[in-house]
Every structure is written in structure tokens, then in C-alpha cells.
Design a protein around this ligand. Structure first.
Ligand SMILES: [Zn+2]
Length: 127
């Protein structure tokens, strides 16, 4: 069990390292100053994409940090919702998973249900 946790920690650290490589990207945004005004629009578009990537990465970094905290306090691998064990196969695929597959599906269903609700409201309004 102890070695397993060590493996999990190494795995999370590896993911964290990969996700934090966005820092290098952030540096390149700053270094890449615009000299030619004609290129400015394209540069801005490039920067938007980079910012989006950074945003996504920082969310992943946060989830990875939380997962590492859970490894430390011993709650890693337990669903935050129902406190059941998250399937090892799922943790292998998503080491930072917070929910078991059932709760995740429920959460996903809730979101798509809300989307459907919004859709039907929209149709009622249109009619
Ligand atoms: Zn659950």
C-alpha cells in the first residue's frame, strides 16, 4: 500500500510538472514583444490561445495539488461525494479524479439535464 501511494505521488508530480510547463509558455508571451503593428492582430490571437491554455493548465494544476493533499491526508482515491473508493482503473486514467464514476456520471447528467431544461425553456419562449 505504501509503495502504491509513492507511485501515485510520483504520477501526480509528473502530471504537475507537465501542467506547470505552462510557465515557460507565459514567459514566451512576455518575451515575444510585438515589433510590427501589422502582426499585432495575429499576435493578440496567439496570446488569447496561450492564455486559454494557461487557464486550463492552472485548473489542472489546482486539481493535481488537491489530489496531492488528499494523498497526504489519506483521503486520496475516495469519492468526495459518496466516500466510496474510486475504481483503480479510473484513477489510473485520471489520477486527480475527485468523484467515483457513479457520482461523476450523476454530475454530468445534472449538467446535461440543465442544458436540456434551458433548451426546453428556450423553445417554450420561442413558441
Ligand atoms: Zn461517489
Amino acid at each position: 500500500m505504501k509503495t502504491e501511494i509513492r507511485t501515485v505521488q510520483q504520477n501526480l508530480e509528473a502530471h504537475l510538472k507537465a501542467a506547470s510547463s505552462g510557465k515557460a509558455l507565459g514567459d514566451s508571451i512576455r518575451i515575444h514583444q510585438v515589433a510590427d503593428p501589422v502582426d499585432m492582430t495575429r499576435e493578440a490571437a496567439d496570446r488569447d490561445v496561450a492564455v486559454q491554455i494557461l487557464d486550463r493548465e492552472s485548473k489542472l494544476v489546482r486539481r493535481l495539488r488537491l489530489a496531492m493533499d488528499r494523498v497526504k491526508d489519506g483521503s486520496y482515491g475516495l469519492c468526495l461525494q459518496c466516500e466510496d473508493e474510486i475504481a483503480p482503473k479510473r484513477l489510473k486514467a485520471i489520477p486527480w479524479a475527485e468523484l467515483c464514476i457513479h457520482c461523476q456520471e450523476e454530475a454530468d447528467n445534472l449538467v446535461s439535464h440543465r442544458v436540456r431544461m434551458l433548451d426546453s425553456e428556450h423553445w417554450t419562449e420561442a413558441a
